[in-house]
Design a binder for this molecule. Structure first.
Ligand code: NAD
Ligand code: AHE
Ligand code: ZN
Length: 375
């Protein structure tokens, strides 16, 4: 069938909105009518050419919400009409990773997903008879997409698509990093580097967890107000403090009789490896945990003095906030519907598919938190 899609033909070039062809779902797959999709910084990262796994031409997008319109043979857990959120981190509940209960990184289809293909090694998208690649297993920059059943979370039907699409990545990643990955406790101190679509969700996750001191760090002063809106207690612009950011933050977080500074938890939400090092090094001696969320460009590497780890800091990372999509995403939708978490104010721009490149421009200009395309 013909569908409308924003195609990434080449790295570094704007997306082209055009009509492409989509095959129906095969064994174990479903077709979803995408009703809305967010534009995440990771889409920009891949489009820029910085993603070692970036493949072109492809249909990007991984933050969607929609309705199941067709199910392939053998599909058991979904039916036509179900409201769903596509999952770039699937949950098969059968692979060694899922069964371990130690990680959300399901391995069932990761290798074909990374090659821009469905699990049978082919693509459902094409243009003029030539295959187009899928992206992150989701390709939500098309008004219809095909997904493996294990990469779909069924959610309640009264939740608005143009808001819950954000749970498909940003909301779950930020809140999950606090709850699942860092397991932040009440009264903790935390530093969040990068107050964009992810960092603000880390901040609201910290507020939910009961953190006492929530320091936000960003080069853009307009993010101060944004951070405060979701629970940030202190804002630091590294360009304006007149000293190195690490000693500044260590000093700011001094507590207790020994006056040793450092945060209990720190989060990188920038993808900048220098910032990742700063985040580790301003974590508290003996127990501070630093969580890498940002995605760094091909070839980038992190470094620090091993002494930072010898003296008890832990460096860890998180994908999709450690969330098991089919289990956890419906719960996060419930939290939103119950008013436990906020989404609406973070969706600063709503666009049509034809305007999708404007969403990338707004991100580059630091003017948006989240732009959402509504089909
Ligand atoms: P964004 O563009 O909305 O926000 C980035 C923020 O970082 C901006 O406010 C920017 O001003 C700030 N920033 C940039 N450089 C900085 C620096 N040196 N110091 C302090 N602040 C700085 O991006 P986003 O959508 O929030 O995504 C953030 C990162 O998280 C990206 O790298 C993205 O690819 C990644 N990400 C990872 C996961 C995951 O599962 N691990 C999920 C989603 C996004
Ligand atoms: N393909 C890149 C890495 C990109 C990456 O780390 N993606 C995150 C999700 S970012 C969502 O906005 C992720 O889930 N990673 C785990 C995985 O299995 O992809 C690279 O560097 O090769
Ligand atoms: Zn994302």
């Amino acid at each position: 069938m013909d569908v409308r899609a924003a195609v990434a033909f080449e790295a570094g070039k704007p997306l082209e909105v055009t009509t492409v062809q989509l095959e129906g779902p095969k064994e174990g797959e479903v077709m979803v009518e995408v009703k809305a999709t967010g534009i995440c910084h990771t889409d920009e990262f891949t489009l820029s050419g910085a993603d070692p796994e970036g493949i072109f031409p492809s249909i990007l997008g991984h933050e969607g919400a929609g309705v199941v319109v067709e199910v392939g043979p053998g599909v058991k857990s979904l039916k036509k009409g179900d409201h769903v959120i596509p999952l770039y981190t699937p949950e098969c509940r059968e692979c060694p990773s899922c069964l371990s209960q130690k990680t959300n990184l399901c391995t069932a289809i990761r290798s074909t997903q990374g090659q821009g293909l469905m699990p049978d090694g082919t693509s459902r998208f094409s243009l003029d008879g030539k295959p187009l690649h899928h992206y992150m297993g989701t390709s939500t920059f098309a008004n219809f997409t095909v997904l493996p059943e294990i990469a779909v979370a069924k959610v309640r039907e009264d939740a608005p698509f143009d808001k819950i699409c954000y749970i498909g990545c940003g909301v779950t990643t930020g809140i999950g990093a606090v709850i699942h990955t860092a397991k932040v406790e009440e009264g903790a101190t935390a530093v969040v580097f990068g107050l964009g679509g992810i960092g603000l969700n880390v901040i609201q996750g910290l507020r939910l967890a009961g953190a006492d001191m929530i320091i936000g760090v960003d080069l853009n002063n307009s993010k101060k107000e944004w951070g405060e809106r979701f629970g940030m207690t202190h804002f630091v612009n590294p360009k304006e403090i007149g000293e190195d950011i690490v000693p500044y933050l260590v000093n700011l977080t001094k507590r207790g009789a020994d006056q040793i500074g450092g945060a209990d938890y720190t989060f990188d939400c920038t993808g900048n490896v220098t910032v990742m090092r700063q985040a580790l090094e301003c974590a508290h001696r003996g127990w501070g945990q630093s969580v890498v969320i940002g995605v760094a460009p091909a070839g980038a590497e992190i470094s620090t003095r091993p002494f930072q780890l010898v003296t008890g800091r832990t460096w860890k990372g998180t994908a999709f906030g450690g969330a098991r999509g089919r289990t956890d995403v419906p719960k996060i939708v419930e939290w939103y519907m119950d008013g436990k978490i906020e989404i609406d104010p973070m969706i600063t721009h709503t666009l049509s598919l034809d305007e999708i490149n404007k969403g990338f421009d707004l991100m580059h200009a630091g003017e948006s938190i989240r732009s959402v395309v509504v089909y």
